[in-house]
Design a protein around this ligand. Structure first.
Ligand code: BES
Ligand code: MN
Ligand code: ZN
Length: 498
């Protein structure tokens, strides 16, 4: 896996080593701690900024190599733009940009968390560290050789120089939990499906026990005796068994109703008998991005000891076309008792979620259920890769998600639901069919899910455009984005912790 980034905090004035990163705003001034760190090269650095016509814009930077009389190998001056009103997401992004400017193989860096004439929030350093961790992540587990002249990757030790160490360290405890959760989700998404089959996914979820998460794993036999025929129908064409994993983090009083997160974990989606075209099919190893997010989120909540009772339930199956596979025209009875006519075996995610949503609702009576699923190609047509599709039966929950999306940059866009769409999935032979025709494909998929949530406040996030193969950003260069962990951690922290 990628080389570790080790985060340390020290007080302003501590010696810098390796690469020195300093901040400035659009006034191009330096704070006192920065001036001290740059002395006696301050004037030379200012000249370099001028020579580069550097304006201090957010994300802009100037590199000065081996500055005379300083012990460091280079100085990077990083602009923050307007210092007024920098958000957590801005600080995180700045951390990502800083990490991105470090030359390959850098072993040590020191970043002075300081701006001219203002006291920075205690969380700023932790957000920067989060951004650095996320940016430095690469998935290179299966690379056995390097290209000619390629630099050996190395562990990177980052020291953040802050005005006060204790509050910065305290903020980092929670943000480090987020970094680890996002990275876990990315690893799961990036892993190939010959390695990460349903059984292996369940094993990785079981690792959360070390954090105090209770983990239960249900296999084919248990799922059959429970009656999860919709989910099992998807997996029946694969030689791999299916798994439903239930993760429980009990961070609040046992009398407090839990919140629940549900994930689509199709470890590979060939489409089944309604098989997909060959081009790009390899991307369907990421069809478990929803389940990866739920697992990463449970990691985060437990690691930061969130004061909430949270349930994560993931449905892990492989959708394959063999002689035992489900056929178009088959009718299955879901756990809810409702029957489903299979029109297209490639509309499999909703079949998995139907049983997992019903199970979660019945067993845990949660305050809300939020499911995440790489559910439809149509959501990519509608929203591209910038927003996940949000569908909800609850305006309050939808509003909270939109707000958390804006704050974290993991943005969601609300889509409609309604009886006119719902009737498109009525079936001639069964209670419903699993596709609703060519138009409004993401909406009819959501309507299908809604038939399995009853009155429980519920939101569905269609993450087909955001969980994988999304464009690289300042905090992510990897194929698997780990999308949603930061969004949902924020939602919980803002609204559901005691
Ligand atoms: N996993 C796919 C959706 C998907 C497409 C995810 C592209 C990520 C990128 C899902 O199971 C699927 O195949 N959906 C079908 C539904 C259709 C058959 C009604 C689709 O979107 O074409
Ligand atoms: Mn499919
Ligand atoms: Zn799928």
């Amino acid at each position: 896996m990628s080389e570790p980034v080790l985060i340390h905090f020290a007080k302003h004035g501590a010696p810098a080593n390796g690469v020195l990163i300093v901040l400035t705003d659009d006034t191009l001034g330096f704070g006192k701690a920065t001036q001290a760190a740059l002395r006696p090269a301050t004037a030379a650095i200012a000249r370099a900024m001028e020579a580069d016509r550097f304006k201090g814009k957010l994300g802009g930077a100037v590199d000065v190599l081996a500055p005379e009389k300083l012990q460091v190998s280079r100085v990077i001056v990083l602009g923050v733009g307007k210092a007024e009103g920098l958000t957590d997401a801005d600080w995180m992004r700045l951390g990502g940009i800083a990490a991105g400017r470090l030359p390959a193989g850098t072993r040590a860096a020191t970043l002075v968390v300081d701006l001219p004439g203002r006291k920075l929030p205690a969380g700023a350093a932790a957000e920067i560290a989060l951004g650095m961790r996320l940016r430095a992540y690469t998935f290179d587990r299966y690379k056995t050789r390097r290209k000619e002249g390629e630099i050996e990757p190395a562990a990177l030790a980052v020291t953040l120089l802050v005005a006060q160490e204790d509050p910065a360290r305290a903020a980092w405890v929670a943000r480090e939990a987020v970094a680890d959760g996002v990275i876990l989700a990315r690893n799961l998404v990036n892993e190939p499906c010959n390695v990460l089959d349903p059984e292996e996914f369940a094993r990785r979820a079981e690792d959360l026990r070390t954090l105090g998460v209770e983990v239960e794993v249900l296999g084919d036999a248990e799922l059959a005796s429970l009656g999860m025929r919709a989910l099992l129908g998807v997996g029946q064409g694969s030689i791999k068994e299916s798994r439903v994993v239930i993760m429980r983090w009990n961070g609040a009083s046992p009398t407090e109703q839990p919140v629940a997160f549900i994930g689509k974990g199709v470890t590979f989606d060939t489409g089944g008998i309604s098989i997909k075209p060959a081009a790009g099919m390899e991307d369907m190893k990421g069809d478990m991005g929803g389940a990866a997010c739920v697992t990463g989120l449970m990691h985060t909540l437990a690691a930061r000891k969130a004061r909430v009772n949270a349930i994560g339930v993931i449905g892990c199956v492989e959708n394959m076309p063999d002689g035992a596979a489900q056929r178009p025209g088959d009718i299955v009875t879901s756990l809810s008792g409702q029957t489903i006519e299979i029109i297209n075996t490639d509309a499999e995610g909703r079949l998995v979620l139907a049983d997992v949503l019903w199970y979660t609702k019945e067993r845990f009576k949660p305050r809300f259920m939020i499911d995440l699923a790489t559910l439809t190609g149509a959501i990519l047509v509608a929203l591209g890769t910038e927003h996940a599709g949000l569908f909800s039966n609850d305006d309050k929950l939808a509003g909270e998600l939109a707000e958390a999306g804006a704050a974290t940059g993991e943005k969601v866009w609300r889509m409609p639901l309604g009886p006119e769409y719902d009737k498109l999935i009525d079936s001639r032979f069964a209670d419903m069919k699993n596709t609703g025709g060519r138009h409004g494909g993401s909406i009819t998929a959501a309507q299908f899910l809604q038939r399995f949530v009853d009155k429980t406040p519920w939101a569905h996030l269609d993450v087909a455009g955001t969980a994988m193969a999304s464009p690289s950003s300042d905090i992510n260069k990897s194929w698997g984005a780990g999308w949603g962990v930061r969004l949902l951690d924020r939602l919980v922290a803002e609204h559901y912790e005691g």
